[in-house]
Design a binder for this molecule. Structure first.
Ligand SMILES: [Zn+2]
Length: 375
């Protein structure tokens, strides 16, 4: 059995390599974990930080909640682990945060043997914030470790890239993703988990997001009705508000709006609890005002449902090209391989246009007609 961090599934090769380097005391001071979204780069960064700081199992990290160090690292509040995250509309790591880290590392570490700086993602470092850290990344003090996360190495500043050691993390197997989803969300049904794993294509983060998405069931109903409408043609596409397609669409959009409003109300409530009664009263008042009238369909929610619909439809078609059944509960489709390719192309164009289009419904109608013709 190869060496592995506690409770960390997948990426056996990367885990073994990092643990061997730790055991020899030769861990590179700037590791760059490279791989697609949701495959566990941040999880591995946390495991690495535990290994560098834990006193119960030095060089491995015990990962136990009884260990004050690991518990704080895993919860994201250990003083010797700093996360540099993007801020603002530009989504970049601000120079102030980078400078603070640079100053900090000159006196690091505070409590333990190491000071770990996680840069998530590395391509959010711009020229200014990258330069502020360059010296530290090049010649860090003993015990200072950088862990850079990247989905796209090409987007990382060359000066940063050349000073770090990339470790590529591949997609996880369906078994690994399934095991991670089971561990993190044991309450989910077997069917729901299997579907999320299937859709996530080797990304545990995406699988969890899908499996826990409360709107997923409604979006599956929209997909079923959309496939039916595309097969039936204009009469079903233009069946109107009361038709099965558009009533399912409206229900999904409304459920999304309600979930968002509930989350906002919960956040307001939480804020009220910390700042006193006054705000709580106003939060309750705004909640009452909202529940009085049915919320209007906002384009942002329509786009979200339409985007999820296209994503599910594409994955359903991909599954079919692999000779598998596809998503559960969908109408039977007997499409040729070339028809599937055409349909996937139409769905991709739809995704590209829906962000810029003023009327989501009009665009969706037009797309459904095209999909029907391409069948
Ligand atoms: Zn520990």
């Amino acid at each position: 059995m190869s060496a592995a961090f506690p409770n960390l599934l997948g990426h056996a090769q990367a885990q073994e390599m990092l643990l061997r380097a730790l055991a020899r005391g030769q861990l590179h001071h700037a590791i760059m974990l490279v791989g697609p979204r949701g495959i566990g780069k941040a999880t591995l960064a946390r495991a690495l930080a535990c290994a560098l700081l834990c006193n119960v199992a030095p060089g491995l990290g015990c990962g136990e909640s009884s260990c004050g160090i690991c518990a704080r690292v895993l919860a994201g509040n250990h003083p010797d682990v700093d996360w540099l995250l993007p801020e603002g509309a530009a989504g970049q790591i601000p120079i102030d945060a980078a400078r603070a880290c640079h100053l900090r590392q000159q006196n690091a570490p505070y409590e333990g043997r190491s000071y770990v700086i996680v840069i998530d993602p590395a391509d959010a470092l711009n020229e200014a914030s990258g330069n502020a850290l360059l010296k530290a990344i090049e010649e860090p003090r003993p015990g200072v470790h950088f862990v850079l996360l990247a989905t796209n190495m090409q987007a990382v500043l060359p000066t940063i890239l050349s000073r770090s050691l990339p470790i590529r993390l591949g997609r996880l197997s369906d078994e690994e993703v399934g095991a991670i989803v089971r561990a993190k969300a044991p309450e989910l049904s077997e069917e729901r988990r299997r579907m999320a794993v299937l859709l996530a294509e080797g990304s545990a983060g995406v699988a969890l997001e899908l499996a826990l998405d409360p709107a997923l069931d409604r979006c599956l109903v929209v997909l079923r009705e959309a496939i039916r409408a595309a097969l039936a043609g204009p009469s079903a596409v233009f069946a109107g508000e009361q038709g099965p397609l558009w009533s399912a669409f409206s229900a999904a959009v409304q459920a999304l709006a309600e979930a968002e409003a509930a989350a906002a109300a919960a956040a307001a409530e939480a804020a009220a609890q910390t700042t006193g009664k006054k705000r709580r009263q106003s939060a309750e008042k705004s909640k009452d005002e909202k529940s009085e009238k049915k919320p209007k369909e906002a384009p942002v929610h329509q786009r979200w449902v339409a985007g999820r619909l296209a994503e599910l439809w594409t994955l359903h078609l991909r599954e079919r090209t692999r000779g598998r059944e596809g998503l559960p509960g969908m109408p039977r489709l007997d499409l040729s391989a070339s028809a599937i390719v055409r349909q996937i192309g139409i769905l991709q164009r739809f995704v590209g246009r829906v962000e810029r289009n003023a009327s989501v419904r009009l665009l969706l109608e037009q797309t459904l007609l095209e999909l029907g013709e391409a069948a």
